[in-house]
Design a protein around this ligand. Sequence first.
Ligand code: SF4
Ligand code: SF4
Length: 277
Amino acid sequence: MKEIEKLKETILKEYPRLSGDSTFSFRCHKDVPCFNDCCGDVNIFLTPYDVIRLRKKLGITSGEFLRKYTISPFDDNLKYPVVLLQMQDNEKKTCPFVGKNGCGVYADRPWACRMYPLGLASPGENSAELDKEFFFLIKEYFCKGFGENKNWTVNEWMTDQGIEEYNKMGEHFKELTLHKYFRDGHNLPPKKIEMFFMASYDIDRFREFIFESSFFEKFDVDDATKEKIKTDDTELMKFAHKWLLFALFNKKTIAVRDNVLQAKQKELTDKDELKKK
Ligand code: SF4
Ligand code: SF4
Protein backbone atom coordinates (compact mmCIF):
# COMPACT_ATOMS: atom_id res chain seq x y z
CA MET A 1 0.00 0.00 0.00
CA LYS A 2 2.96 2.31 0.62
CA GLU A 3 3.89 2.08 -3.09
CA ILE A 4 0.37 3.11 -4.03
CA GLU A 5 0.52 6.10 -1.67
CA LYS A 6 3.85 7.08 -3.24
CA LEU A 7 2.39 6.83 -6.73
CA LYS A 8 -0.55 9.03 -5.66
CA GLU A 9 1.89 11.65 -4.44
CA THR A 10 3.83 11.59 -7.73
CA ILE A 11 0.60 11.92 -9.72
CA LEU A 12 -0.49 14.93 -7.68
CA LYS A 13 2.88 16.63 -7.99
CA GLU A 14 4.10 15.72 -11.46
CA TYR A 15 1.42 14.46 -13.85
CA PRO A 16 -0.08 16.92 -16.34
CA ARG A 17 -3.66 17.66 -15.29
CA LEU A 18 -6.37 17.12 -17.88
CA SER A 19 -9.91 18.44 -17.98
CA GLY A 20 -12.97 17.00 -19.75
CA ASP A 21 -12.07 18.95 -22.91
CA SER A 22 -8.41 17.93 -23.02
CA THR A 23 -7.49 15.73 -25.98
CA PHE A 24 -5.34 12.64 -26.37
CA SER A 25 -4.64 10.11 -29.08
CA PHE A 26 -5.40 6.46 -28.31
CA ARG A 27 -6.92 3.33 -29.76
CA CYS A 28 -6.98 -0.21 -28.47
CA HIS A 29 -7.98 -3.17 -30.62
CA LYS A 30 -7.28 -6.87 -31.09
CA ASP A 31 -4.47 -6.33 -33.60
CA VAL A 32 -2.18 -4.23 -31.43
CA PRO A 33 1.03 -6.18 -30.64
CA CYS A 34 0.51 -5.51 -26.93
CA PHE A 35 -3.02 -6.97 -26.87
CA ASN A 36 -3.86 -8.06 -23.30
CA ASP A 37 -0.47 -6.94 -21.92
CA CYS A 38 -2.20 -4.40 -19.71
CA CYS A 39 -4.43 -7.06 -18.10
CA GLY A 40 -1.80 -8.41 -15.74
CA ASP A 41 0.31 -7.41 -12.76
CA VAL A 42 -1.81 -4.34 -12.18
CA ASN A 43 -3.55 -2.77 -9.18
CA ILE A 44 -7.23 -2.50 -9.98
CA PHE A 45 -9.25 -0.97 -7.15
CA LEU A 46 -12.85 -2.09 -7.19
CA THR A 47 -15.83 0.03 -6.23
CA PRO A 48 -18.95 -1.47 -4.62
CA TYR A 49 -20.74 -1.07 -7.96
CA ASP A 50 -17.93 -2.96 -9.75
CA VAL A 51 -18.47 -5.86 -7.34
CA ILE A 52 -22.24 -5.84 -7.90
CA ARG A 53 -21.80 -5.94 -11.69
CA LEU A 54 -19.07 -8.58 -11.68
CA ARG A 55 -20.69 -10.96 -9.22
CA LYS A 56 -23.94 -10.77 -11.20
CA LYS A 57 -22.09 -11.43 -14.44
CA LEU A 58 -20.40 -14.46 -12.86
CA GLY A 59 -23.62 -15.65 -11.16
CA ILE A 60 -22.10 -15.90 -7.69
CA THR A 61 -22.68 -14.26 -4.30
CA SER A 62 -20.79 -11.14 -3.27
CA GLY A 63 -19.02 -13.20 -0.59
CA GLU A 64 -17.87 -15.81 -3.11
CA PHE A 65 -16.69 -13.08 -5.47
CA LEU A 66 -14.72 -11.29 -2.76
CA ARG A 67 -13.11 -14.52 -1.54
CA LYS A 68 -12.23 -15.85 -4.98
CA TYR A 69 -11.27 -12.76 -6.95
CA THR A 70 -10.15 -10.01 -4.62
CA ILE A 71 -7.68 -9.05 -1.95
CA SER A 72 -8.17 -6.46 0.77
CA PRO A 73 -4.77 -5.33 1.96
CA PHE A 74 -4.74 -4.14 5.54
CA ASP A 75 -2.17 -1.96 7.25
CA ASP A 76 -2.17 0.47 10.17
CA ASN A 77 -2.63 3.46 7.86
CA LEU A 78 -5.81 2.13 6.32
CA LYS A 79 -8.62 4.69 6.61
CA TYR A 80 -11.39 2.53 5.16
CA PRO A 81 -11.44 -0.87 3.42
CA VAL A 82 -10.00 -1.16 -0.06
CA VAL A 83 -10.67 -4.04 -2.42
CA LEU A 84 -8.37 -4.95 -5.31
CA LEU A 85 -8.83 -7.47 -8.08
CA GLN A 86 -6.53 -10.39 -7.28
CA MET A 87 -4.15 -11.20 -10.12
CA GLN A 88 -3.43 -14.88 -10.75
CA ASP A 89 -0.42 -16.68 -9.38
CA ASN A 90 1.34 -17.18 -12.73
CA GLU A 91 4.38 -15.71 -14.45
CA LYS A 92 2.55 -12.68 -15.89
CA LYS A 93 0.23 -12.32 -12.89
CA THR A 94 -2.68 -12.14 -15.28
CA CYS A 95 -6.15 -10.92 -14.41
CA PRO A 96 -8.48 -13.88 -13.72
CA PHE A 97 -10.84 -12.62 -16.44
CA VAL A 98 -8.47 -12.17 -19.36
CA GLY A 99 -8.49 -14.71 -22.19
CA LYS A 100 -7.07 -14.91 -25.69
CA ASN A 101 -9.98 -12.84 -27.00
CA GLY A 102 -9.50 -10.14 -24.41
CA CYS A 103 -11.57 -9.30 -21.36
CA GLY A 104 -14.00 -12.09 -20.46
CA VAL A 105 -16.21 -9.71 -18.46
CA TYR A 106 -16.01 -6.80 -20.91
CA ALA A 107 -19.63 -5.57 -20.58
CA ASP A 108 -19.20 -5.53 -16.80
CA ARG A 109 -15.53 -4.61 -16.56
CA PRO A 110 -14.58 -2.43 -13.58
CA TRP A 111 -14.51 1.36 -13.57
CA ALA A 112 -10.69 1.48 -13.61
CA CYS A 113 -10.50 -0.76 -16.71
CA ARG A 114 -13.05 1.41 -18.51
CA MET A 115 -11.13 4.57 -17.67
CA TYR A 116 -7.73 3.28 -18.85
CA PRO A 117 -5.61 5.01 -20.21
CA LEU A 118 -7.11 7.77 -18.07
CA GLY A 119 -6.84 8.06 -14.34
CA LEU A 120 -8.72 10.34 -11.96
CA ALA A 121 -7.05 11.98 -8.97
CA SER A 122 -8.66 13.75 -6.03
CA PRO A 123 -6.19 16.20 -4.49
CA GLY A 124 -8.71 16.97 -1.73
CA GLU A 125 -8.09 13.53 -0.29
CA ASN A 126 -4.48 14.29 0.47
CA SER A 127 -4.03 17.99 0.58
CA ALA A 128 -5.80 20.82 2.34
CA GLU A 129 -5.07 23.49 -0.29
CA LEU A 130 -6.16 21.70 -3.43
CA ASP A 131 -9.66 20.44 -3.73
CA LYS A 132 -10.30 19.70 -7.35
CA GLU A 133 -10.36 16.40 -9.16
CA PHE A 134 -8.39 16.08 -12.37
CA PHE A 135 -7.75 13.48 -15.05
CA PHE A 136 -4.33 12.27 -16.06
CA LEU A 137 -2.92 9.91 -18.67
CA ILE A 138 -1.43 6.59 -17.59
CA LYS A 139 1.26 6.00 -20.20
CA GLU A 140 2.47 2.42 -19.74
CA TYR A 141 5.72 1.89 -21.67
CA PHE A 142 4.38 -1.26 -23.37
CA CYS A 143 1.05 0.22 -24.48
CA LYS A 144 1.00 0.83 -28.25
CA GLY A 145 -2.48 2.39 -28.12
CA PHE A 146 -0.97 5.88 -27.91
CA GLY A 147 0.65 5.43 -31.34
CA GLU A 148 -2.74 4.83 -33.00
CA ASN A 149 -4.38 7.57 -34.99
CA LYS A 150 -7.61 8.25 -33.10
CA ASN A 151 -8.26 11.43 -31.15
CA TRP A 152 -10.55 11.79 -28.17
CA THR A 153 -11.46 14.40 -25.63
CA VAL A 154 -11.53 13.06 -22.09
CA ASN A 155 -15.34 13.43 -22.06
CA GLU A 156 -15.71 11.58 -25.36
CA TRP A 157 -13.62 8.71 -24.04
CA MET A 158 -15.69 8.42 -20.89
CA THR A 159 -18.95 8.39 -22.85
CA ASP A 160 -17.57 5.74 -25.19
CA GLN A 161 -16.58 3.56 -22.24
CA GLY A 162 -19.92 3.84 -20.40
CA ILE A 163 -18.37 5.61 -17.42
CA GLU A 164 -21.36 7.84 -16.67
CA GLU A 165 -23.45 5.07 -15.07
CA TYR A 166 -20.47 3.94 -12.98
CA ASN A 167 -19.84 7.50 -11.82
CA LYS A 168 -23.49 7.93 -10.87
CA MET A 169 -23.49 4.70 -8.92
CA GLY A 170 -20.25 5.68 -7.22
CA GLU A 171 -21.42 9.05 -5.89
CA HIS A 172 -22.52 7.79 -2.48
CA PHE A 173 -19.35 5.77 -2.02
CA LYS A 174 -17.33 8.83 -2.94
CA GLU A 175 -19.19 10.86 -0.33
CA LEU A 176 -18.12 8.28 2.22
CA THR A 177 -14.49 7.93 1.23
CA LEU A 178 -13.95 11.68 0.81
CA HIS A 179 -15.69 12.46 4.10
CA LYS A 180 -14.17 15.21 6.24
CA TYR A 181 -13.48 12.61 8.94
CA PHE A 182 -10.89 11.00 6.65
CA ARG A 183 -9.62 14.28 5.20
CA ASP A 184 -8.92 15.42 8.76
CA GLY A 185 -6.58 12.46 9.04
CA HIS A 186 -8.70 9.99 11.03
CA ASN A 187 -8.69 6.25 10.40
CA LEU A 188 -11.65 4.02 11.24
CA PRO A 189 -11.09 1.49 14.03
CA PRO A 190 -10.96 -2.18 12.81
CA LYS A 191 -14.57 -2.97 13.86
CA LYS A 192 -15.91 -0.05 11.85
CA ILE A 193 -13.70 -0.97 8.90
CA GLU A 194 -15.37 -4.40 8.99
CA MET A 195 -18.80 -2.74 9.07
CA PHE A 196 -17.81 -0.48 6.17
CA PHE A 197 -16.54 -3.49 4.20
CA MET A 198 -19.71 -5.54 4.72
CA ALA A 199 -22.13 -2.74 3.86
CA SER A 200 -20.13 -1.49 0.88
CA TYR A 201 -18.81 -4.62 -0.73
CA ASP A 202 -20.43 -7.75 0.70
CA ILE A 203 -23.93 -6.78 -0.35
CA ASP A 204 -25.48 -10.24 0.22
CA ARG A 205 -24.18 -10.35 3.79
CA PHE A 206 -25.50 -6.82 4.37
CA ARG A 207 -28.91 -7.92 3.04
CA GLU A 208 -28.89 -10.86 5.46
CA PHE A 209 -27.83 -8.53 8.27
CA ILE A 210 -30.73 -6.14 7.82
CA PHE A 211 -33.45 -8.65 6.98
CA GLU A 212 -32.54 -11.29 9.55
CA SER A 213 -31.89 -9.07 12.57
CA SER A 214 -33.88 -6.50 14.54
CA PHE A 215 -32.68 -3.77 12.12
CA PHE A 216 -36.15 -2.65 11.04
CA GLU A 217 -37.34 -2.55 14.64
CA LYS A 218 -34.73 0.16 15.21
CA PHE A 219 -34.84 2.01 11.90
CA ASP A 220 -37.96 3.39 10.26
CA VAL A 221 -37.78 2.24 6.65
CA ASP A 222 -40.89 2.44 4.47
CA ASP A 223 -42.33 -0.72 2.89
CA ALA A 224 -41.62 0.35 -0.70
CA THR A 225 -37.90 0.77 0.09
CA LYS A 226 -37.85 -2.56 1.94
CA GLU A 227 -39.37 -4.30 -1.07
CA LYS A 228 -36.84 -2.72 -3.45
CA ILE A 229 -33.75 -3.50 -1.40
CA LYS A 230 -34.83 -7.12 -0.90
CA THR A 231 -33.99 -7.93 -4.52
CA ASP A 232 -32.36 -4.91 -6.17
CA ASP A 233 -28.60 -4.79 -5.53
CA THR A 234 -28.07 -1.21 -6.65
CA GLU A 235 -30.94 0.03 -4.46
CA LEU A 236 -29.48 -1.93 -1.55
CA MET A 237 -26.06 -0.44 -2.27
CA LYS A 238 -27.50 3.10 -2.08
CA PHE A 239 -29.32 2.21 1.14
CA ALA A 240 -26.11 0.76 2.59
CA HIS A 241 -24.27 3.98 1.87
CA LYS A 242 -26.96 5.99 3.67
CA TRP A 243 -26.77 3.64 6.61
CA LEU A 244 -22.97 3.99 6.73
CA LEU A 245 -23.21 7.78 6.72
CA PHE A 246 -25.53 7.44 9.70
CA ALA A 247 -23.60 4.72 11.55
CA LEU A 248 -20.11 6.12 10.99
CA PHE A 249 -20.63 9.87 10.85
CA ASN A 250 -23.96 10.45 12.56
CA LYS A 251 -25.52 11.98 9.45
CA LYS A 252 -29.34 11.98 9.60
CA THR A 253 -29.72 9.81 6.52
CA ILE A 254 -31.83 7.10 8.20
CA ALA A 255 -34.74 7.61 10.60
CA VAL A 256 -34.49 5.97 14.00
CA ARG A 257 -37.84 4.81 15.44
CA ASP A 258 -39.33 7.02 18.17
CA ASN A 259 -39.44 4.25 20.78
CA VAL A 260 -35.72 3.50 20.19
CA LEU A 261 -34.86 7.20 20.56
CA GLN A 262 -36.94 7.47 23.73
CA ALA A 263 -35.30 4.35 25.22
CA LYS A 264 -31.86 5.79 24.40
CA GLN A 265 -32.80 9.13 25.95
CA LYS A 266 -34.02 7.36 29.12
CA GLU A 267 -30.79 5.34 29.29
CA LEU A 268 -28.73 8.54 29.13
CA THR A 269 -30.89 10.30 31.76
CA ASP A 270 -30.63 7.27 34.10
CA LYS A 271 -26.85 7.31 33.67
CA ASP A 272 -26.73 11.03 34.56
CA GLU A 273 -28.89 10.42 37.63
CA LEU A 274 -26.60 7.61 38.76
CA LYS A 275 -23.54 9.85 38.38
CA LYS A 276 -25.15 12.53 40.55
CA LYS A 277 -25.77 10.05 43.40
S1 SF4 B 1 -1.55 -2.25 -23.60
FE1 SF4 B 1 -2.74 -0.49 -24.43
S2 SF4 B 1 -3.06 -0.90 -26.60
FE2 SF4 B 1 -2.26 -2.77 -25.67
S3 SF4 B 1 -4.12 -3.93 -25.22
FE3 SF4 B 1 -3.66 -2.77 -23.38
S4 SF4 B 1 -4.79 -0.84 -23.61
FE4 SF4 B 1 -4.76 -1.83 -25.61
S1 SF4 C 1 -11.29 -7.03 -15.80
FE1 SF4 C 1 -11.04 -7.24 -18.00
S2 SF4 C 1 -10.18 -5.28 -18.69
FE2 SF4 C 1 -9.91 -5.39 -16.49
S3 SF4 C 1 -7.86 -6.24 -16.17
FE3 SF4 C 1 -9.28 -7.95 -16.14
S4 SF4 C 1 -9.38 -8.70 -18.22
FE4 SF4 C 1 -8.45 -6.66 -18.30
